[in-house]
Write a protein that binds this ligand. Sequence first.
Ligand code: CAO
Length: 439
Amino acid sequence: MGAIREVFVPDIGDYKDVPVIEILVKAGQSVSAEDSLVTLESDKATMEVPAPFGGVVKDLRVKVGDKVSQGTLVLTLEAAEAGAPAPAPAPAPAAAAPAPAPATPAPAPAPAAAAPAPAPAAPSGPVDEAGFAKAHASPSVRRFARELGVDLGLIKGSGPKSRILKEDIQSFVKGALSGAAPAGAVAAGGGIPGLNLPAWPNIDFSKFGPVETKPLSRIQKISGPALHRNWVMIPHITQHDEADITDMEAFRKTLSDENAKSGVKITPLAFMIKAVVATLKQFPDFNASVAPGGDALILKQYYHIGVAVDTPEGLVVPVIRDADKKGVVQLAKELGEISQKARDKKMGPADMQGGTFSISSLGGIGGGHFTPIINAPEVAILGVSRSSMKPVWKDGQFVPRLMLPISLSYDHRVIDGAKGARFISYLNAVLSDLRRVMI
Ligand code: CAO
């Protein structure tokens, strides 16, 4: 081993009293020339002080939080080879917030030392360069991200000032491998990092008139981010149609009268569930979820139908299990029970799990077609609106028919438009003629 030499902060341009934010080596650790020793962070850039030569770290002379300037002693290093040059190369600035180039280049101890930051390893996946460049991360973290092909623009940092740490990249990769949504892919405040969207307007509304602040309910706080994730991460297509339910309604009234004494209220929704299950059996891709990794569909051989229920606290989606094995009266009974349970706030997590397809019915309220948001990890959802009598051209004349607006949203990554149109047309045919349920 060679002599013990001191390593100083090299020329860092106009920066003075820059905090040390990371110590990247320990006493006794062997380092090679160019290895990063400590990270400094000015208000504009993150820089690393590289080892001017290879050797073993003897004594650290700075700690996290210390403020340093050009010439501050960082550590002592026992040179691997006698005669290793003492001066350090210029620190490597982060691409994120480029610092002004150092006024005078650091003396070059070896040809490589005068070169800019080491060329990043080739990314193994596509990286949004604009998002990557804007991310707040040190050069070593950037290198690490590039080696793994991770797009820094998608990661929310957990370090000081939201700086992205090596651990954030590790947990992002773990999340991606386990099929979970990338942690921090949807940032608090409503944007996806990397989309370069303008900041959300922060307006003092009381300047314009009296206001009252109403906190969101617990359910809204939970369902809001999930709805947001589903809306931004699933490319939705919504296909609308109108089904002639005149005959279905006549049958519903008959059944309703027959069951009046039992207290079971038979609403159109129980028929919808039956018709949806018959359609799902013809189109199994809609009763499915995207496999982790996104390269396959998991087709489910059971039919658990989620039903959106409006409660004073917010929207919940309890699941009716094995809907294919139940008749309309039983479905109507369970619908009544689950909506009551939801409104009484007695719903447990198990009541809302395992759904394969959801229905959101606003038919009892009113309004025309709407675009329901897919309830991930399902791949499609049916929106049902209020039926009304309309003149329909039939057999050479207009006849009054009860028409039901239906809206099917589906995940366009796995269901193409033609299949979506076939699904809704088939569903329409079943609703118009319930005998088709038996097919
Ligand atoms: N067209 C016309 N009338 C309809 C109808 C339709 N599509 N659907 C229901 N109705 C009628 C029912 O027959 C019932 O009539 P009567 O009172 O005369 O018997 C009335 O509207 C009320 O029905 P309901 O809402 O109590 O029952 P339902 O089975 O239709 O729905 C439930 C149950 C739980 C889905 C519903 O109460 C609910 O919460 N809907 C809101 C769901 C929601 O918020 N979705 C939005 C999700 S996106 O944010």
